[in-house]
Each structure stands twice: as C-alpha cells, then as structure tokens.
Design a protein around this ligand. Structure first.
Ligand SMILES: Nc1ncnc2c1ncn2[C@@H]1O[C@H](COP(=O)(O)OP(=O)(O)OP(=O)(O)O)[C@@H](O)[C@H]1O
Length: 345
C-alpha cells in the first residue's frame, strides 16, 4: 500500500485551470515532491502536459474519493496522493493515448482466467501489433478493451485519453474515440449499411458537439470514402454484413473506421480471409487514415500485413500477457523460426 503524499495548495497554484480540476493543464514547469516511495522523489511535469486524476487515489478536500478516477474538482486545500506514480503523459511531444497496467480478466460466465497481467502503453501516432500463438489471449484483450460483456476485469487498470475505461460502458468507449474491427464482424439483418453508419456517425458528432448529418448530406460524406476501400455503392443499401463475403466484411469494417474516425483503431486479424488485392486495399485505407494524432493496435499472425502497415512495436502475447516487445524484426524472426525463435526474459 503506497504511503500518502501531500501536494500543497501552493503547488496546485501552478496549475492554470481556473476551475482547478484535477486534470489541470500546467502553464509552466511544475515540480512535485512526493514522499510516497521509500526515498522521496521529485517529479517534474513539463509545460502543457496534464495530470491524470488516475495518478491520485484520494483527495482530502471536502470529501475523500478513494480510487475515484473521474475528474475531481479542487478549489483549494491539500491534495493527498496515495499513488506512487506521478508522471507526465507525454513522450517526445506525443500524448499518451492508452495505458494498460497489470490487466487481468476472466470469462464472465465461467470465471476462467484468460488475461494474466497485460501491460501496454500506446502514444498517439503509434502503430502497435500484437502477435501470439492461437489461444494466447489476443482477441480477448482487444474485446476487454472495448468492454465486451463476455469478460470481467478482475484487476489492473485501463486508461484511455485520461479516462478510466473500467467506468465506461462499451458505447461510451466507442464515442470517446475507440474503434474495434472484430475478427468475425456480425451481420445486422434489417439495418442498411448507410443507416447504420449514419446513426453511428451522428452519435459521435453529437458527443463531440459537432453538427449531425441528415441522410442526403451523409450519403455524400460516405460516398467519398467508398473509393478508399474499393467498395461499390450498392453495399451501402445492403443490410450490415448480411450476405457479405469474408473479405467484404473486412472492407466494410474499414469503411466504418473511415466514416467514424478513431483515436485508437483496434484491428483484430483484419487480414484474415483477404485476397492479395483486398489486403492491399485494406492496408492502404488504414495507412490513409493514420495521422500523427491517432493510433492503431492490430492483431495479426502474419508478416504480410506488417509489410503494408508498419508497426513501431510488436508485442508477443503468451498465456494472457505480453511477454516480449520489440520492433518489426520480431515479425521476421517469427516468420522464419516460429515462436520457438522468440526468447523471453
Ligand atoms: N467467451 C469465451 N468462452 C470460452 N472460452 C473463451 C472465451 N473467450 C476466450 N476464450 C478462450 O480464451 C483463450 C484465448 O482466446 P482468444 O480468442 O483471446 O485467443 P487469440 O490469441 O485471439 O487466438 P487466435 O489467434 O486463435 O485468434 C482461448 O483458449 C479461448 O478458447
């Protein structure tokens, strides 16, 4: 149990936020002295970075918020921190997008443990790939990230853009900028692709306080994206994924991503079932959607996808945890030698 640390009101005065939330933007470099580790440590948070409320476990103000991960208003007073980690959420000027720590999860019904302490950090603009033997937990991890009801998180933390995913339902996660392309996209009989995309698009716009689009305006918006994934217009009038071939479903997933946009796109085996041309189309579309501000987390078994969408990091998952992280060269080792070629510490 970490010991308490006190940040005085004077320290808080460094924070620019007039509302003084516990999510302040810092005007100038601020230094926090903590006593929460055996040796007192100094943490310097650089200008314009923000402090996540997740770094604070309790606040002695008008009330105590133990492990509350929401934004906590602080007007004045003493801030008591029980966390041992206080750090900047930026790396080389890139913002922290996703931070998963010691994540454990079980199958909700049977309580069988699948995730055994996953750790993963993704900054904006980064492409990450997760590889691993069949049944190692890759899909489960991605589904837990988006809040799939089949799984129950039993420990650890998942922070996305400073928000605690564990406190958000799947819809909130999606609206906050997380997109997942499933390994086996489901069909939605009776709902046209165009209507489905329009509804999802407007929900995201509403959440962002941006104008929603009526069916006609939306049609021209989505029409401009069809070329990106090499899809014909009649797919818009068909029911979502109904009667679509495996490859068409995958293209449709990327069309959804293109229409909705995402800060973090989680692509689970987007390459499975694709012919060579389709693989190139899909990869080109994903690359076309990448900006310095968004990130991709893709799950794949094969180097062929990584030849087109180049990840900065490859993580190897084994028995429900990431056991090794490296660069693209890990994929070539796997291709040549299989998993026996991967040495873990
Ligand atoms: N809802 C579920 N019910 C029962 N078992 C499950 C469920 N979800 C996951 N599992 C089991 O958890 C393990 C991990 O599955 P997961 O789909 O995450 O693996 P994976 O690494 O994505 O595998 P693959 O590469 O074959 O897609 C497997 O043994 C799987 O059978």
């Amino acid at each position: 149990m970490p010991s308490a640390t006190t940040i005085t009101a004077a320290t808080m005065a460094h924070c620019s936020s007039s509302t003084s939330s516990l999510y302040p933007k810092l005007l100038s470099n601020s230094t926090f002295r903590t006593k929460c580790t055996p040796i007192p440590r100094l943490f310097t948070i650089s200008a314009n970075s923000s402090i996540h409320s997740t770094h604070f476990c309790s606040v002695s103000h008008s009330a105590t918020y133990r492990r509350s991960l929401r934004r906590i208003p602080v007007v004045s007073g003493t801030l008591t921190v029980e966390s041992t980690t206080l750090y900047s959420d930026e790396k080389d000027g890139k913002k922290l997008l996703l931070e998963v720590k010691d994540l454990t999860a079980v199958i909700a019904e049977s309580k069988q443990k699948i995730l055994n302490g996953v750790n993963l950090t993704v900054y904006e603009g980064e492409v990450h790939a997760i590889m691993g033997k069949n049944g190692s937990g890759k899909s489960t991890f991605s589904k837990v990230l988006v809040g799939h009801p089949d799984y129950e998180v039993t420990g650890g933390t998942m922070i996305f853009k400073g928000q605690n995913l564990l406190e958000m339902d799947p819809e909130e996660r999606s609206l906050s900028g997380m997109f997942m392309s499933f390994q086996s996209p489901v069909a939605i009989p009776g709902v046209s692709n165009a209507d489905f995309l329009n509804m999802a698009y407007n929900a995201r716009q509403k959440k962002l306080g941006l104008p929603e689009l009526g069916p006609i305006e939306f049609f021209s918006h989505v029409y401009s994206k069809l070329d990106l994934v090499n899809m014909k217009m009649d797919f818009l009038n068909r029911n979502v994924n109904e009667g679509f071939s495996g490859g068409e479903r995958k293209r449709n997933e990327i069309l959804q991503l293109a229409v909705l946009g995402a800060d973090l796109a989680i692509l689970d085996e987007i390459d499975s079932g694709l012919d060579v041309d389709a693989l190139q189309d899909v990869a080109k579309a994903v690359n076309g959607l990448l900006t310095p501000n968004n990130s991709v987390l893709m799950i794949t078994h094969y180097q062929r996808l990584l030849d087109y969408i180049k990840p900065a990091y490859i993580h190897i998952m084994e028995n429900g945890k990431i056991v090794k992280t490296g660069d693209i060269s890990l994929a070539s080792v796997l291709e040549k030698e299989g998993y026996k070629g991967i040495t873990t510490a």
